[in-house]
Design a protein around this ligand. Sequence first.
Ligand code: SER
Length: 636
Amino acid sequence: MTAKELRQKYLDFFKAKGHAIIPSASLIPDNDPTVLFTTAGMHPLVPYLMGQKHPGGERIASAQKCVRTGDIDEVGDATHHTFFEMLGNWSLGDYFKESAIKMSWEFLTSREWLNLDKNRLAISVFAGDEDAPFDQEAFAIWKSLGVPEKKIAKLPKKNNWWGPAGLTGPCGPDTEMFYWTGDEKETPDSFNDDPANAGWVEIWNDVFMQYNKTANGKYELLKQKNVDTGMGLERILAVMNGFGDNYKTDLFKNLIFKIENLSGKTYDDSPAITKAMRVIADHLKAATFIMGDDKGVAPSNLSQGYVVRRLIRRAIRYGRQLDIKEQSWTKEIAKIVAHDYTEAYPELQKNINWVIEQFNEEEIKFKKTLEQGLREFEKLKPKFSTIPVDSLSPKSGLIEYGLSGDDLFNLYATYGFPIELSLEEIKKIYSNFNAEKGITIPIVELTKDDEERLLHQFYESLKKHQELSRTASAGMFKGGLADASVATVKYHTAAHLLLAALRKVLGDQVVQKGSNITAERLRFDFAHKEKMTDQEKKQVEDLVNQAIKQNLSVACEELALADAKAKGAIGVFAAKYGQRVKVYTIGDSSASSEFPFSREICGGPHVETTGVLGNFKILKEESSSAGIRRIKAILE
Ligand code: SER
């Protein structure tokens, strides 16, 4: 089955069930400043899920182009993509669980439609928690359709809850459909979320959007009960054709073929080659769709443009790995994308000349960057390439010879030479060195510690030197602390205040178990046995807000690890930063003070005084895993 047939079948089915078929919305969202791209079919429909009347009525279906960059590091395996199409159907206050599930089942299993083997399908439903009950209704409906109980897994929120798309908005429990892609004869007769059973692939998600998540973390019933379903076209197409690899479907085949031609290599030659070809195909397709949109965005250092730039440059880097010699080759991929998708997305063909120009210009710019950067990189070699040849144990040349992340930052700041390329060059030099010595055990290598140290120093310098808007968009490209946008720096400092407050309220046994920061919120995991009471949460919140109101200073000093510990600095992640560590003290600028509000070993960056943080609010406190609690909080 081709992508075109499948897309059409889906839309025909839902048309026959009384749905209005709407065209894909732009990849660049209209009224949502919190995200860069349309990430799901429901995204353009949010106002209607909230109760506005849709001109198409109460039953809607579409094939929507989507971009998600959160999983960019997973791209390269068989199933992850930055660009994908989502097939979806919606009930805007019309039908609910029973019809939604029955229609999904009919489309998947009836002879007339996809005709999938019922025995190879399994289901998951929401198990229930303090926010919403077990989805008994969905469970019973699946059973009534003949799905054996053993094949209906009851799973928690982390699996079977969807939304909101941003911080607040429509969301609800979902039920998911899985297909067994392993050997038919080995189809399991039961289903749970055991990752060992990797043969199960999620193919469709029916979300029962009956709640609105509010800014204070409450789940309110929505005015109307909605259904929001999503089925990734690339995945279901692979399933329909019996492929374990989405890149073998006709949505990628021609792209891979072209990359094989350009590189003179074959897709299956080695895992590294397969990965490189997948990344190139995925990224250049995504870049073509973003630039070829009617609201198309050119590569730049800002927002969506920065994502396009990253996608193209990353693809070019993988092209170098494949030894693609041709000049301006990226546009060749764009032409195929526009051609292959011309019926479904005619805007690509319409905008192709402009898109080609953008690819060419970006390629020239990046090529200059690379050449200049490589020349400069050569000059750094004396800093680390004199190797102690008589040593037989793997040994890093970096620490001994003083290459630092600042050097690599200078390469980046002055010549735009990406840190990833610097690291690759170092690895190359080391592996050449080892090869020259003619032995298989490496004498020198870039150790994980060194790599982390370099990255850490690099991002420290980045924070100091770069204008903020640019790094802010880097943060949107990939969450976490890698960027130093104003918002994430604030959340980082808030995390220190939070840990200190938790220890004051719950006791010193509380240690941090992890954190995840975006420009919009803070997620913080810590070891603690019980659920926090409302009073405890309030105390913690108040302590943090007091510290903010007092506008405490944040001081940083560099100490030997032992000295830092002696001063009472806490920090479980200390070891990886090596011998000398940075200690951030909040609350008393004299570093000798015995009782500052907080003292932590940490790489930073942080704000200078706490007054800039605004109001701190805990949205949620929940269990993360056994003995670990998780807090979600925002700064307002
Ligand atoms: N919004 C849900 C998802 O993205 C269903 O469409 O999976």
